[in-house]
Design a protein around this ligand. Structure first.
Ligand code: MRU
Length: 371
């Protein structure tokens, strides 16, 4: 820890391919995921409100990644308070609220904000500069633990995939959606690294296209065989026996194992079930919300109608462009997530092992052990 009054720079930086976030001690850099796959642009952040706005506008997305970003947002805010000479608590309390509200479904966000605020409660007797340094170190620890947890999850999950298999995934649960390495895609990476031959089908994931823009991009860069299909093609490939397994991430898992994930996941789970294909969810403990008894209690984000009636992309000039695909004024709904009931989930892969039904007992045991 540095002397009181002087801010020490803690750096946490992963290889560009592996993490969408870089902590540079006095600022946070985030890969602008809205511009992928065309452009690799990093944006700098120095305060919590702009980190919260980046979470809302999807510069950064994916449950664990937004949690890590929020933790860094609070570290930045503490740093600003030290530089302004104002009480750290006065800066952190409203910043925590803004970050917590930036997206509603993924519980990792509230989990990370709560962990940072608990750390702060234990530090309040220190000099402000020391508090800011310790909060930066705590955010870096959250980031590093997420990556380590994903690697452990990968090792547990790799054993579930046959030696030569074709796997369907939905949305993006890869390095881009996490601190690094990925949850569902981490399992695929670990299986490949263990010598298995894995081919991936990526649902394009309408309307935001995380599957075609992000999953295809990161798997291609990692040398993993990937094929993009539209969401509506999945049933056809199930009927042809193409898939050996489905693996997806999650944004919030209820105490009974019901899992919220990107809209369209439930339809994939129903198809998997109808065709006898195992349906796996890979998620860290920070995604499990023991305070949500069932999936019915999980808040589902409703996003803008524009994302449904306009297809957004990046033109060859590298600039965002959109085309209108529905008549002006038409009524639109846009729930961004759905809930897959626990009965459709074959197993939940966590960094502490593979959970099998009944999930209420498995999850309760996990949280009991943790205490
Ligand atoms: O709206 P997004 O892109 O944040 O949704 C992301 C997902 O639904 C992911 O599947 C989920 O967060 C798991 S990420 C490891």
């Amino acid at each position: 820890m540095g002397a009181a009054g002087a801010l020490v720079v803690y750096r946490f930086q992963m290889d560009e391919n592996s993490s969408p976030l870089r902590w540079l001690g006095d600022r946070l850099e985030m890969l602008d995921q809205r511009l992928l796959p065309r452009r690799i642009d990093w944006i700098s952040f120095t305060d919590a409100a702009s980190v919260a706005s980046a979470i809302t506008t999807m510069v950064v997305r994916g449950a664990p990644a937004i949690g890590v970003a929020a933790a860094y947002g609070l570290a930045l805010e503490a740093r600003l308070a030290v530089m302004r000479g104002t009480p750290v608590r006065d800066a952190l309390v409203p910043a925590a609220e803004i970050l917590r509200r930036s997206r509603p479904t993924a519980v990792n966000l509230a989990w990370a904000v709560d962990r940072m605020m608990r750390a702060f409660d234990g530090l309040e007797s220190l000099e402000p500069a020391a508090i800011a340094e310790r909060l930066a170190a705590e955010a870096c620890a959250i980031h590093a633990e997420d990556i380590e947890g994903n690697k452990r999850m990968g090792a547990f999950g790799a054993g579930l995939l046959p030696a030569s298999s074709t796997v369907l995934t939905h949305c993006n649960a890869g390095a881009l959606a996490t601190g690094g390495y990925g949850t569902a895609l981490g399992v695929i990476r670990a299986a490949r690294d263990a010598g298995k031959t894995i081919a991936v089908f990526a649902d394009e994931t309408r309307p935001y296209l995380q599957g075609s823009r992000l999953t295809a991009w990161e798997l291609q860069r990692d040398g993993i065989d990937v094929t993009v299909i539209t969401d509506s093609m999945a049933g056809h490939f199930f009927s042809k026996g193409t898939f050996d397994a489905v693996i997806v991430g999650a944004d919030r898992i209820a105490a009974n194992g019901d899992a919220a994930n990107k809209i369209g996941t439930y339809a994939v789970a129903v198809l998997a079930n109808a065709h006898g294909v195992p349906f796996y969810v890979a998620a860290p403990l920070s995604t499990i919300d023991p305070d949500c008894a069932t999936g019915a209690a999980i808040p589902i984000e409703e996003r803008s109608a524009n994302e449904v009636v306009e297809t957004r992309g990046i033109g060859p000039d590298g600039k965002a462009a959109s085309v209108v695909t529905a008549p002006d004024g038409v009524r639109v709904r846009h729930p961004a997530f759905d809930v897959t009931p626990a009965r459709l989930i074959t197993a939940i892969v966590t960094e502490r092992g593979v959970l099998r039904p009944p999930y209420d007992a498995a999850i309760a045991a996990l949280f009991q052990e943790k205490r």
